[in-house]
Ligand binder design. Structure first.
Ligand SMILES: [Zn+2]
Length: 335
């Protein structure tokens, strides 16, 4: 079963997390494979999407935020869009749109950054939006500070975390057709609180912080980061969490939290609904909807995340475009 483990390094300003998506990840792949239009993902795309899904779960678990964390890569190669979303209850869903040929040995640049225009966006979407509240979005390119294309997703996200949170972060990610897993190590601010939501505060605080708190200057973090980075892809995919932590940090003192699994842990869940699809059709406008109806008899929309098909015939569509006030003739209207 999929699981999330959180831990602290006792007495040190460093925390960590490991996520292992097994059943959740296998379900995402199985649903895609059973889609007769798209078929299964090419292996490199599945690996990238698995890493994104694991990363989204880790980043969601790492912040205090009531809403969705959405990781997206807008590519300029054969993979147009990849999306992974994690909710505060740790449910995840993800999908990718593949429009061209992906070779078996393709990496990030060949899939999504062919011409250097690929972007990675991190969005925090509040569950209940207060009027005036804005959706937070951070966007980073898929190149390093010298303009060199980044080959691995963890480098892109580390770069983002450093920029947005002003906190050193180490990410190790891996995925195959059974497991999508990730290890996150993050330095905690010794003064004040900085997280994804407090971007401006943390940036402003940079002036007044001690040397220990500056990026790259905490020796404990640096030592633990080097240990974490030594974790290989095969180890992350194949070993259980206890073994990974023992092998990497046997000289450190770890404080472990109760693992989150089952209904408290990461799992696959899609939040699509007929109402949302109806809203989407409303967004198309009555004219376009009528054109589709004239051409095909009904409007059929498939959910990219779970594969569910939603069908609207002419009567359903007419209802979508009927304003609520028109549905109840004679009922009192609010002036
Ligand atoms: Zn769905």
């Amino acid at each position: 079963m999929s699981e999330l483990h959180k831990f602290l390094f006792e007495g040190l300003p460093v925390r960590g997390m490991i996520v292992r998506l097994t059943d959740a990840w296998q379900e995402i792949l199985a649903r895609r494979a059973s889609n007769t239009t798209t078929g299964a993902y090419p292996t490199p795309v599945a690996e990238l999407l698995g890493e994104m899904t694991a990363a989204a779960a880790l980043m969601q678990a790492n912040i205090k935020f009531k809403g969705s964390l959405i990781l997206q890569i807008f590519g300029d190669g054969p993979v147009k869009v990849t999306v992974a979303e994690a909710k505060p209850d740790l449910s995840v869903r993800s999908t990718a749109t593949v429009t061209g040929e992906v070779s078996a040995d393709a990496h990030l640049p060949q899939m999504v950054n062919l011409h250097g225009r690929g972007r990675c966006a991190i969005t925090l979407e509040p569950a209940e939006r207060v009027p005036g509240q804005q959706t937070y979005q951070g966007v980073v390119p898929l190149v390093d500070e010298h303009g060199k294309p980044l080959v691995k997703l963890n480098e892109v996200l580390q770069h983002y975390m450093l920029q947005s949170e002003q906190l050193d972060t180490t990410l190790v990610l891996a995925a195959d057709d059974k497991v999508a897993a990730g290890l996150l190590i993050q330095r905690l601010p010794t003064k004040g609180v900085a997280n994804l939501e407090g971007t401006q505060d943390s940036a402003a605080a940079v002036q007044g912080i001690s040397l220990e708190d500056r990026i790259g200057h905490n020796e404990d973090y640096n030592r633990i980061s080097i240990l974490a980075s030594s974790l290989t892809r095969d180890e992350l995919l194949e070993l259980d969490v206890d073994t990974i932590l023992r092998r990497l940090f046997w000289e450190e003192k770890l404080l472990r939290f109760e693992p989150q699994t089952g209904m408290l842990g990461p799992r696959f869940r899609c939040t699509c609904s007929r109402e949302r699809v109806a809203g989407m059709i409303r967004g198309l406008g009555v004219q376009e909807a009528e054109e589709i109806l004239a051409e095909r008899g009904d409007i059929e929309v498939g959910c990219d995340f779970c594969g569910k098909q939603y069908r609207f015939d002419a009567v359903d569509a007419a209802q979508i475009f009927t304003a609520p006030k028109d549905q109840l003739p004679g009922s009192p209207t609010v002036q």
